[in-house]
Design a protein around this ligand. Structure first.
Ligand code: MLT
Length: 265
């Protein structure tokens, strides 16, 4: 399905009934990365996945945008769907968007699932790497971006044991427009630090990290779990950065158990 939100076409999927659960994807992928979770969760919940602007079926406008604008799109889509409050899960870049959304309107957030993400802003080296990756995208296309990103997204064990998954992730990256890759890189490079926000989070929170995640390692997840009052931490064995794809059943079990422990979940 598609909707025009804040002047941009946004692709989304709305499945199931019950408590709304919104899943926000990683960079430079699209909502299809949640496929293993959607099937299972939609049996008990209303599951919404969306392509963040610049990705998948959503427009990739050739102009600078911010993580705050992406969070506006999420809220705009919820308005379009008449959803006042939801549980939100964000993996990596999806988590960055959730920090912005929580800052904008915490009342919309029933609970948070922060997977393989971090609260800290980019270091100067991290920003420089994003600049170089944007130039790579512009000069050599999304295939070259996949070459750089895939070793950071998937663990060596996944490369060995699950070559089909490596191909699926490559295909998701290769369909991303260059303007979307560059736009999201700029947005992430400019995102504010969210560490001071963590102790203000009052909703139930589940933090998840793959034990082999090199992009946002376990220490980043531990910081989230230590600073967010009452947060739970789950470490997924045998998973790298894309823990929901590398260990889909374990990831879904953590999410299901968190959701069922919510009051009236
Ligand atoms: C992601 O998976 O969304 C990216 O690795 C996030 C980032 O580059 O910081």
């Amino acid at each position: 399905m598609k909707a025009c939100i804040n002047g941009v076409t946004i692709g989304y999927t709305d499945r199931g009934e019950g408590l709304p659960v919104v899943l926000l994807h990683a960079f430079p992928l699209h909502r299809g990365m949640w496929h293993p979770q959607v099937e299972s969760l939609a049996r008990s919940y209303r599951v919404i996945t969306m392509d963040l602007r610049g990705h998948g079926e959503s427009d990739a406008p050739l102009w600078r945008y911010s993580v705050q604008q992406v969070a506006d799109d999420v809220r705009g889509l919820l308005d379009h769907l008449s959803i006042r409050q939801a549980v939100f899960a964000g993996l990596s870049m999806g988590g960055y968007v959730l920090f912005a959304l929580y800052r904008q309107d915490p009342r919309r957030v029933r609970a948070l699932i922060l997977a393989d993400t971090r609260a800290q802003a980019d270091t100067p080296e991290g920003r420089a790497a994003r600049f170089h990756l944007a130039q790579t995208a512009y000069r050599q296309g999304p295939g070259a971006v996949a070459d750089v990103m895939i070793p950071k997204l998937l663990s060596p064990a996944t490369h060995q044991a699950n070559p089909d998954l490596v191909l699926q992730v490559r295909a998701m990256i290769e369909r991303t427009d260059i303007s979307g890759i560059a736009g999201s890189l700029m947005a992430m490079a400019d995102r504010p630090d969210s560490v001071s926000l963590l102790e203000q989070v009052t909703c139930s929170t589940q933090v998840i990290v793959g034990d082999l995640d090199v992009a946002t390692p376990r220490a980043d997840a531990e910081l989230l779990a230590e600073r967010i009052p009452g947060a739970r931490l789950a470490v997924i064995p045998g998973a790298g950065h894309l823990s929901n794809l590398e260990q889909p059943d374990r990831f879904t079990d953590v999410v299901r158990s968190f959701l069922s422990d919510l009051p009236n979940g």
